[in-house]
Design a protein around this ligand. Structure first.
Ligand code: DQA
Length: 157
């Protein structure tokens, strides 16, 4: 089982940028915690960050046939990117979106969300802990899919 974690623009600045909103934790620390949980659960995990919309689209496309789950924080592109939304629908891989801050309680423009309707779920406003919650959610989705596949295989016999 492979999970790919995709981080959008300015998330490489975590720990420096607006710490009153995003907290003091750096992206590397968040990823180290996720890696530990993935390993404990026998899952492979890969991390990718880009500030460029097209690179994020490319990475989502690369997941096709490679990844079983995507955890994405598309950051500012959440509110604007039809291209990222279409990429997520195209690959049809279970995807969970994360937002460190509660985007519903912030500026009006952050209430627009292009990504959420094509995701299995959204984790919003829990700070960096949201990535851990997304991992738990993804592992649950994977277990349910596996159980459904096994049940189907049993029926086919
Ligand atoms: C964010 C929320 C976005 O509105 C913002 O542009 C970000 C981070 C979050 O994690 O809270 O860059 O996705």
């Amino acid at each position: 089982m492979k999970i790919v974690v995709i981080q959008g623009p300015n998330l490489n600045m975590l720990g420096v940028r607006e710490t009153n909103i995003y907290g003091p934790m750096k992206l590397e620390q968040i990823h180290a915690q996720m890696k530990e949980v993935a390993e404990q659960n026998g899952a492979e995990i890969e991390f990718f960050q880009s500030n460029l919309e097209g690179e994020l689209v490319d990475k989502i496309q690369e997941c096709y046939g490679e990844a079983n789950g995507i955890i994405i924080n598309a950051a500012a592109y959440t509110h604007t990117s039809i291209a990222i939304r279409d990429a997520i629908s195209s690959v049809a891989i279970p995807t969970i979106e994360v937002h460190i801050s509660n985007i519903h309680r912030r500026e009006e423009f952050r209430k627009e969300n292009m990504i959420a309707p094509v995701c299995a779920s959204s984790v919003v406003g829990f700070g960096p802990f949201g990535y851990h919650l997304a991992m738990m959610g993804m592992l649950q989705i994977m277990n349910e899919l596996k159980a459904a596949q096994e049940a189907q295989a049993r029926q086919a016999k």
